[in-house]
Write a protein that binds this ligand. Structure first.
Ligand code: NAP
Length: 315
């Protein structure tokens, strides 16, 4: 694919920012990539790995010449960062983000977008439990979905250009309303993460099961929960706070269904249990058939915490 932008600015250079950099370079989508990160350690790593051609402590300095600005920071940092960069954005630039919740980003960033700048929020539905600038890799978005939530009246040319960029990064692209995105992601990602954090803590708090037993016998399903529960606390705190309306609705439904299973167990209702397990199994097959995971016994994930192949559906 050919170059789509002259300068891309990545505000935040963690897992997602660094993966965007690798994939942008792989496809030659930009002449120059600049970045901004909060800590000196991240800025130094980003330069050392060649993720950016130039790096800044102040996001406003990074966006000055950019024709595409991507906010790759935790969801609740998007509003404050938008306020900081607002006056430095170049007229005609596209401003987007990768936040896992869209309603709150639209509400927090929207008021800071100056006239002449095209704001098109986005969310790549791809990730791993690793974070930081060394966690990224070019293949993260390959074959995954990226959801764009352009506001009503958004500039069609800007939306098309951003769509082409995400396709160049390897993604499929879908357009959605922010509220719909947040409801879908609540059940497919946000509630499952909450459940993973909770079940791992429940096991850890059990007085009669020692920590070594939890680790030793973890293969039986628990291990996959621990992988998800290794995810970044700042990112997930922000997701749980900003998507709480949709998540509380989904948690209500989840709790009702869980009680239904518990009741079937209490009354020895094997027929109900068998039916519900069969239905769930069918969904798993559908995900594999849709190319969104692999049927390999370890879900295609390498042992030992290597980030590269762990392209699970996250956030
Ligand atoms: P990450 O690896 O933890 O990186 C976050 C980056 O944001 C770091 O460069 C960090 O700088 C910077 N940052 C943090 N707080 C900041 C603040 N208050 N102001 C300015 N910069 C700040 O996180 P990530 O996984 O890339 O996630 C970034 C975004 O992508 C989040 O909105 C998340 O919801 C979304 N997302 C994540 C995933 C996933 O699976 N991880 C998937 C899709 C979308 P320092 O390193 O200097 O602290």
């Amino acid at each position: 694919m050919s170059q789509l932008f002259d300068t891309v600015a990545l505000i935040g250079i963690g897992l997602i920012g660094s993966s965007i950099s690798h994939a942008t370079r792989r496809a030659g989508l930009a002449r120059r990539i600049v970045g901004a990160a909060k800590t000196e350690a991240t800025r130094a790593t980003a330069l050392r790995l060649g993720l950016v051609d130039e790096v800044f402590a102040n996001p406003a300095d990074a966006v000055k010449e950019a024709d595409l600005v991507i906010l790759c920071v935790p969801v609740r940092a998007c509003g404050p960062v938008a306020a900081e960069i607002s006056k430095s954005l170049k007229p005609g630039a596209i401003l987007t983000d990768v936040g896992s919740v869209k309603g709150s980003v639209v509400a927090d960033v929207g008021p800071h977008v100056p006239a002449g700048v095209h704001f098109v929020p986005g969310h790549p539905i791809a990730g791993t439990e690793h974070s930081g600038p060394e966690a990224g890799f070019a293949e993260l978005f390959d074959g995954r979905w990226c959801v764009l939530t352009p506001p009503p009246g958004a500039d069609n040319a800007a939306v098309d250009r951003l769509r082409s960029y995400w396709k160049g990064l390897g993604s499929n692209v879908e357009i959605m309303a922010p509220d719909h995105h947040d409801m879908v992601l609540a059940i497919t990602s946000h509630v499952p993460h909450l459940i993973a954090f909770n079940i791992v803590n429940t096991a850890a708090h059990l007085e009669r099961v020692t920590e070594s037993e939890v680790i030793k016998f973890s293969a039986g399903g628990f291990r996959d929960f621990t992988r998800i529960a290794a995810s970044d606390p700042t990112m997930w705190r922000d997701v749980f706070l900003t998507n709480r309306t949709a998540m509380i609705e989904m948690l209500g439904r989840f709790t009702e269904d869980l009680l239904h299973l518990q009741r079937a167990m209490r009354f020895g209702d094997g027929e109900t249990l068998f039916r519900m397990i069969t239905e769930a199994r069918h969904i798993r097959r559908g995900i594999i058939e849709a190319g969104q995971d692999t049927a390999a016994p370890d879900f295609g994930r390498h042992q030992g915490g290597s980030a590269a192949p762990a392209t699970g559906q996250k956030s």
